[in-house]
Design a protein. Structure first.
Length: 79
């Protein structure tokens, strides 16, 4: 049912661990002032939206949602 496979030599893995390249990745580009301002404004907008939705959503999540004053219809008053 299962065929027996030949053993695979893994000597190339041991050699790969020893090998280190002398090629360095290119240096990261500096972010200019305009890109930094855009990233800051986007971040503040996202944080402001989350805080605003939390502030508007908390009253709806409170347990005191039952009205304290119930309206009474004049149609149900006896004459």
């Amino acid at each position: 049912m299962f065929r027996r496979r030949e053993p695979v030599p893994f000597a190339f893995l041991a050699e790969a661990e020893k090998y280190r390249s002398n090629v360095e990745p290119p240096p990261r580009e500096r972010v200019d002032r305009g890109q930094l301002m855009v990233r800051t404004l986007v971040g503040l907008t996202v944080v402001g939206g989350l805080v605003g939705s939390l502030l508007f959503g908390l009253p709806a999540l409170s347990e005191q949602t039952a009205p304290q004053h119930t309206q009474h219809s004049e149609a149900s008053d006896p004459r």
